[in-house]
Design a binder for this molecule. Sequence first.
Ligand code: CA
Length: 441
Amino acid sequence: MIPTVDETHDPALRSWVRSANDGRTDFPIQNLPFGVFRHQGGGERAHVGIAIGSMILDVSAAMRLGYFTGDSAAAARACGAQCLNDLMELGRPAWRALRLAVSALLREGSSAERDADRMLVPMEDADLLLPARVGDYTDFYASIHHATNVGSMFRPDNPLLPNYKWVPIGYHGRSSSLLPSGSEVRRPSGQRKAPDAQAPVFGPSRSLDYECEVGAFIGTGTTLGEALGIRDAAEQLFGLCLVNDWSARDIQSWEYQPLGPFLAKNFATTLSPWVVTMEALAPFRVHAAERAEGDPAPLPYLRDDEDAERGGVDLAVEVWLRTRTMRERGAAPVRLSRARFADMYWTLAQLVAHHASNGCNLRPGDLLASGTISGPERDSRGCMLELTWRGAEPVKLPDGETRSFLEDGDELILRGECVRDGFARIGFGECRGRILPAPAA
Ligand code: CA
């Protein structure tokens, strides 16, 4: 079942945390995303928190004050861990009970306001960490617009391979190099070979790129050897974050055949800190993207009426760039693109069902990323490879600089928001990273 709208989505709800009511914050009381934070200068221990306006609710602190009893107690106790995996493992009834309890606790009129100082931490006084211990990370390729654009650069006669409309394409990524937002990213070195060169050379990548993606965290997990029906796939989804799959295009184009991406993509992947739950996203579920006339219907194991009806997520994702020069001049970041996650060819439930269809087990905290999110328009292309058409049409920035790919000192920021008439706007916060030069040889 895909979660449905309930009292926690009422747009009239307001919080006694005043910054949650300003109409601009990504984190009004209707959102309540989970993350993991550490007090700046407050020792090594990490805490599970919930974003509310410009503050973080420390769930364990609220628990100690006696605010979680009954159905929500088990979920609140699981938030005593230093990551979200224990909470993810509990499943949807527990997640829902905790959301209801937190919504009531933070509502205007709740007596909990008297304990504000004992359970709230200003976000600016906290370091935001990776939300989960990610055992396995898989990256898909679910935007047909991205796949067609990239394919037409590398294979002009044959942009979309014949399997694309039948099977969700993906590869196993690397969890060791997942980074929290704000981390610096070192330009990778690797092998690259110009088309007319006799042999490859080794050195710093000259075509470093970003990929704007959405990541889905797995909840309770599945059993090795047992497939998961598409009807049950939505139950596995805990929540979503933003993902920047940094990519070295020159390394990629030389190494990717025949086994797919390897060192071009496993040097860094940045995640946004707040996990927006599938409960919070209930008002923004939409029809799965319509397939073009003549496209095959999904095979039965990937087909479900509810998923076709409500399997899409109406989430807009944006890419912003701030170069070193812009930063030195105090200029604000500039937006490079905006795309709709609902345009993806495969739904999240289809990605989960396909991943488990051979008996491969998914575990709590596993991360499934969508692949670059691009739409049909030029300003909805979710990576620089597409935006500049492999460097042939450089992006012109307002201060006169141009970019074919990322340069040292560039800062890339992903943002996401869900907007629908009759509901409160919710946002994803930021996924941010800055490029450091390659180490001297
Ligand atoms: Ca990717």
